[in-house]
Unconditional design. Sequence first.
Length: 189
Amino acid sequence: MFYRIRHGFCLMLCIFCLSACVSEKPLDIPQAHIVTAKRFLHSIGVGNMALISMQMEIERIADDQPGLAELMHRAYANIKEEDFEAVAATIYARNLSYEDLKELAYYAEKPAVNRWFRVIFSELVKGAALNERDIIRQFDADEIVDIMRFSQSESFARMTKALPKINRELSLAGKELGESVMKDYIKQH
């Protein structure tokens, strides 16, 4: 269970490290799908995760290439959590049904599931290996029931199945958007 989440979110976070968001008009995706996908992604803290990951990537680059790190810091200075969520929401809405997105958002808004994602992300930020026993130890029995219901839901299974495609699309979108923001910054300066 944790491997599927970790793998998907690690990829998503890495993708967002060098990406930025420009307004992207979703093609033929009902607005309700996008709004619900944003609800899910916002609940699990994707925008915050992406900002932290982007900052960590810039810091990592700073040791070896301080000029590039400063350029990235300047070019990506105006990126907000909502920007990352908007890009990811379009991709999730394109790959998951409205019903699945509603169910994912419903579970993600439960305090235990929400905290579960944040604990996992916190461990990833620390660079720690995810240890299911240590993570689950932080939750009481009722919270574990909510987490298990989420992880055993059909929507979670369909999201997990769709993650390879979602991650490929996030990778492409991240690359395109990162290049676009950098080009715009260079043109303006």
